[in-house]
Design a protein around this ligand. Structure first.
Ligand code: BG6
Length: 512
């Protein structure tokens, strides 16, 4: 507890969401249904929403406010984290409205402007939060028309901000183009690029673990850390028609460019000067600038493995191979798995490999980061039975599920014989706090309403990450001698080629 009487107030003020009208573009889409509306409902249930919040769903289909509310109610019943109470939904849904328009039709935006003014006259706050949750090909039209209708302008009686969903471009040129049209419409300080991994409690806790404890940061460098592994395993494949999107993206663009490079940046960054959005993001960008580029087929073949799943079994169920999935090209060269060895060329991390792997149709859903410390000197205990098998010190940050942090170490097995045994100290969110806290989207919506962009990606962060990813994509898709596509049976831990990536240093993927 800080005894400074202003301290808590200050924190509160910084994080207090302000009343606004939230306009969701793509209001009949999957993201609105699965994430945004349940997140808003849960916030309402916890009493965290600012009073006077209005929500306008903007989409192409014809619908009345009542029909829209009733569709959302059905979905919320199924998807809300905290269940669904009619008594709460009733008043909550009264502030939800529907606005029908084509994304390309500027007249629809002019009508939207009138509607927003009308809501403000009826007691609305004057603040507007525009959320781009549509398919990305409409972002350009939406931003242009917001501008044409004057909806981007800052007014005396309220702010206007924009939230942009991923994917933020498909490569560096498209990300730059999108950044350009966003910045033609809203200043960077009013732009919130979503990366929902940053909203996860466990990801937010990385900075606290490192910079609020004296123990770890002293060891957090190439003198003590041997290597780092970041694993994101998913058991799902291409359910719900996702194949169409995914086959154009692939694991590298879908997860590594954004979520996993964000986790890597949080692990590798220097302590920020302060906790302001730019203080934190300045340090993350520096990490991305220091990623050793993989230029050309040879560098990519040596440091990156791509693979597709073949038919197999997941959770006891037979599943088809990637190329037989719905909406996937039968001759597809899109990776459903990727493993990388990344080097960070800066003072702190010289010589420390960061291994990243991500795959669909692996045996289970699990995301974790493991920090592998260097071994103790080989004198004394390393000749003892069990020493070889007992790994050294490994700090594991479990992002999801079973959120927590554990520290593995070696212990003497009780008894007369001198024998080493691996043991661990374990912190579980469930045990310590009764759970891991709000859903990522809940936190991120509140932050956008509060004007705090710390957990959102900045323009230069996104571009820097794409610059790194583009070199790999180019070697795969634009070169005359592209590195091969490996295979792994669905339900396995990925292709054997990914093990070879670690062999050179005698490392092994951690078993999850
Ligand atoms: C999304 C990706 O951004 O993140 C999906 O497009 C992926 O392919 C999802 O499954 C994973 O998110 P989470 O929160 O379930 O780990």
């Amino acid at each position: 507890m800080n005894d400074n009487p202003f301290y808590e107030d200050d924190l509160e003020v910084r994080n207090r969401p302000e009343p606004c009208t939230l306009v969701i573009f793509g209001a009949t889409g999957d993201l609105t249904h699965r994430k945004l509306v349940p997140a808003l409902y849960n916030l309402a249930e916890e009493g965290d929403l600012p009073p006077g919040l209005n929500v306008i769903g903007f989409a192409r289909r014809e619908k009345t406010d009542e029909e829209f509310r009733s569709d959302l109610e059905d979905l919320n019943r199924k998807l809300s984290r905290r269940g669904h109470q009619d008594a709460l939904w009733g008043p909550f849904s009264k502030s939800i409205f529907y606005h029908q328009s084509e994304f390309q039709d500027v007249e629809g935006y002019k009508r939207l402007a009138e509607r927003l003014d009308q809501l403000d006259r009826e007691g609305g706050s004057g603040n507007r939060l525009f959320y781009l949750a549509s398919a990305p090909e409409f972002f350009d039209d939406i931003l242009t028309n917001l501008r044409e209708a004057g909806l981007n302008q800052q007014r005396e009686n309220g702010w206007s901000r924009v939230v942009v969903e991923k994917p933020f471009g498909i490569d560096l040129p498209s990300a730059k183009h999108l950044n350009q049209i966003v910045s033609d419409t809203f200043p960077e300080r009013d732009t919130y690029r979503i990366d929902h991994y940053l909203g996860k409690e466990t990801a937010q806790n990385i900075m606290v673990l490192r910079f609020a404890n004296s123990l770890f940061e002293l060891l957090w460098n190439n003198r003590c850390i041997d290597h780092v592994q970041i694993t994101c395993a998913e058991h799902l494949g291409m359910e719900g028609g996702r194949g169409g999107y995914y086959d154009k993206a692939g694991a590298l663009r879908d997860m590594v460019q954004n979520h996993l490079l964000q986790l890597l940046s949080l692990i590798a960054m220097e302590p920020p000067a302060d906790l302001s959005a730019d203080g934190v993001r300045d340090e993350k960008v520096k990490v991305l600038k220091c990623l050793r580029p993989m230029v050309g087929e040879k560098a990519v073949a040596e440091n990156v493995i791509r693979a597709q799943y073949t038919a197999g079994n997941v959770n006891g169920e037979p599943v088809v191979g990637y190329r037989r999935e719905d909406r996937v090209n039968p001759g597809s060269m899109t990776e459903s798995y990727v493993a990388l060895r990344i080097m960070i060329d800066n003072w702190r991390w010289e010589g420390v490999p960061f291994y990243i792997r991500m795959g669909k149709r692996l045996p289970k859903k699990s995301t974790e980061i493991s920090i592998h410390f260097k071994h103790a000197p080989k004198v004394l205990f390393n000749a003892l039975p069990g020493a070889e098998a007992a790994p050294g010190n490994v700090l594991v940050i479990r992002i999801q599920p079973n959120e927590g942090i554990s520290l593995g170490m070696r212990s003497k097995l009780p008894g007369p014989a001198a024998r080493l045994q691996p043991v661990k100290m374990d912190f579980e969110y469930q045990t310590a706090f009764g759970g891991s806290g709000p859903e990522a989207y809940e936190r991120l919506l509140l932050d956008a309403m509060a004007g705090d962009a710390t957990l959102f990606a900045r323009d230069d962060e996104v571009e820097q990450a794409w610059a790194f990813i583009d070199e790999i994509e180019n070697a795969w898709h634009k070169s005359s001698n592209p590195p091969p596509m490996a295979e792994y049976p669905a339900g396995s831990w990925g292709p054997k080629e990914a093990d070879l990536l670690l062999k050179e240093r005698d490392h092994q993927w951690r078993r999850l």
